[in-house]
Design a protein around this ligand. Structure first.
Ligand code: 5AD
Ligand code: SF4
Length: 582
């Protein structure tokens, strides 16, 4: 009997299909019993390669596994189930995946309960899943980008049937809502707004691995963002392969500007988005970015090449001149905007003139940062069929030259930062030096500075004192205690007991019944004093009884009782906060 059940294998022909009929699926999540039993006391780990879309997929898969009862492993080596979430965009990303799979061989052989899964973009390529199942026979489940919501069902089937499974669909893709999620960061969140890509740049595999460009409903995006704001998230990044295509599929005038505006108005302190295609970057989008101060002035605008002839061969849909016009528009409308980019060198038959145009464009734009790549042929894409006349040595020389020009741009911007102060969202202790904190400016520049670790998640003012080009050294300008106090106040304002206390206090203060009782009590007190001082002991004792009755009525009034218990709760909470400060 075959070890592997190939339920469905990817097909590049089907992946190219752009018939547009995405469904929005809002299934109730049912955890199969086998999975529930298996998850008890077991840990999961997800190892992710690639872009933010994959990171967000990791969070969703984490959500499913935690719902089933798995606990996240601190280190992947401790995982009882490990998912390797792959990237297909370049060949070197794929090589890393094979290395990662190999790491789990010993564990798989020694622990018969261990489950190894591989998923993500690379699995959507033809023949990859078969190759993995052949060369790494300890892999148990392979699935693709379109069925991560079937993770628990696949795991359940694997456990019940004791079979290894491959299930990879190639189609234009659906929109799955009602997704569970863990968030990998406490203060910064990714929110998907579009899935897939229809641009078909000739070098790129993404339109085949992630399906048709499709937008999530506005209500679903706004609901998710609202929840994040309520939970205290400081930064939301709206994600899509081409965020500026958002809403085009609705054909009702909805655009990226619409959703950007709507999310900005929810009041999240920092709003970002990525990635923008230069081709459909509308004037309305620019206006919205310029208008809302919580939309960060940082735009990732992949250019790929500076030569119009090359852009044509790449099917990028804009010319060098159009790109530069867009850059000017952005810089005019959004003062201080940071521009970052992606550039590919060594696309088949790139001429020296074309490469020089890329260099001159990079010099002219002076990017704040850039990701540079050497072209990597992707099977099934149009560019992969081209016969290339450029040798590897030339490609590497061009790559190094480009890096130098990019560095000049980075230094141009970073050197101007010295002595100025910036608002920085603190990520926490720096990865390289735990005695320092690190965080990003509004334009996305990394700054390291000294400060207490409790500043994590706060937005603070930092003065830049040293330029290390790709990161900066700074000095904290804010008093950290005051930052903490403000945070405590914001926290208290949202606390349920504070809200309840304020509401009951308001009810008590505005109740005419209680007002009358208070007046009667005051009057009775005055009477008692007058009677006692004029020697009318019996009358005074009688008045005292009336006073006690009034007081009892007051103290037992339901509104007063509510206020009393809320105030006791609040007192305890404030004492706890006080203890934290002292
Ligand atoms: N080779 C090299 N780089 C690529 N990219 C996409 N496909 C390829 C490829 N085949 C780069 C592009 C894209 C970024 C995410 O990866 O620059 O913007
Ligand atoms: Fe790939 Fe081009 Fe789509 Fe970006 S726009 S994901 S480079 S096809």
């Amino acid at each position: 009997m075959a070890r592997v059940d190939y339920k469905c294998l990817p097909d590049m022909g089907k992946a190219r299909n752009r018939v547009f009929s995405p469904k929005t699926i809002r299934e109730e999540i049912v955890v199969p019993n086998e999975v529930k039993d298996f998850a008890k006391g077991r840990k999961y780990a997800i190892v992710t390669f690639g872009c933010q879309a994959n990171v967000r997929d990791e969070e969703i898969m984490g959500g499913y596994l935690e719902l089933a009862g798995f606990v996240k492993a601190i280190d992947p080596s401790e995982g009882d189930i490990v998912i390797i979430n792959t990237c297909a965009v370049r060949e070197n990303a794929e090589e890393k995946v094979y290395g990662e799979i190999g790491r789990y061989k010993a564990k798989s052989l020694s622990d018969k309960n261990f489950v190894l899964c591989v998923c993500g973009c690379m699995m959507q390529e033809e023949n990859v899943a078969k190759k993995i199942m052949g060369s790494y026979p300890y892999v148990n489940i392979i699935f693709g980008t379109h069925n991560i919501h079937k993770l628990l069902d696949l795991l359940g089937e694997h456990l019940a049937r004791k079979k290894d499974l491959v299930d990879i669909m190639s189609f234009q893709g659906d929109i799955i809502e009602n997704l569970p999620s863990t968030r990998l960061d406490e203060y910064k969140a990714y929110v998907n707004i579009t899935y897939g890509c229809d641009k078909f740049c000739t070098y790129c595999i993404v339109p085949y691995t992630r399906g048709r460009e499709r937008s999530r409903a506005r209500e679903d995006i706004v609901k998710e963002c609202k929840e994040l704001v309520g939970q205290g998230y400081q930064e939301i990044t709206l994600l899509g392969q081409n965020v500026n295509s958002y809403g085009k599929d609705f054909k009702d005038g909805t655009s990226f500007a619409t959703i950007l505006r709507e999310v900005a108005e929810l009041g999240v302190p920092r709003l970002r988005f990525m990635t923008s295609h230069p081709w459909d970057f509308s004037d309305e989008m620019i206006e919205v970015i310029a208008k809302y101060k919580n939309i960060m002035p940082a735009i990732h605008l992949p250019v790929q090449s500076g030569a119009t002839s090359m852009l044509k061969r790449m099917n990028r849909r804009y010319s060098r001149e159009e790109y530069l016009t867009l850059v000017k528009k952005l810089r005019d409308a959004i003062p201080g905007v940071a521009l970052t980019t992606d550039i590919i060198v060594g696309f088949p038959n790139e001429t020296e003139e074309e490469f020089q145009e890329t260099l001159s464009l990079a010099r002219e734009v002076k990017y704040n940062a850039a990701f540079t790549f050497i072209y990597s042929p992707r099977k099934g894409t149009p560019a992969a069929k081209l016969v290339d006349n450029v040798d590897d040595v030339t490609k590497h020389r061009r790559f190094d030259e480009l890096l130098k020009v990019i560095e000049e741009g980075v230094t141009y911007h970073s050197s101007k930062m010295i002595g100025k102060d910036y608002s920085v969202l603190v990520d926490g202790p720096s990865k390289k030096d735990k005695s320092m904190l690190s965080g990003y400016t509004e334009t996305g520049k990394l700054i390291h500075f000294q400060g207490p670790s409790y500043l994590k998640g706060s937005i603070v003012r930092v003065k830049v004192v040293e330029d290390h080009a790709f990161s900066m050294k700074g000095e904290l300008l804010d008093d950290p205690i005051l930052v903490l106090a403000k945070k405590a106040k914001a926290y208290l304002d949202k606390e349920e007991v504070v809200i309840r206390y304020k509401e009951y206090k308001n009810q008590v203060d505005s109740s005419s019944e209680i007002k009358a009782l208070r007046n009667e009590i005051e009057e009775s007190q005055r009477k008692m004093v007058t009677l006692a001082s004029s020697g009318q002991g019996d009358e005074a004792a009688k008045e005292k009884r009336r006073y006690d009755e009034l007081m009892a009525a007051y103290q037992n009034n339901p509104l007063v009782l509510n206020l009393k218990s809320a105030s006791e709760e609040l007192e305890n909470l404030l004492l706890e906060v006080e203890g934290y400060f002292s």
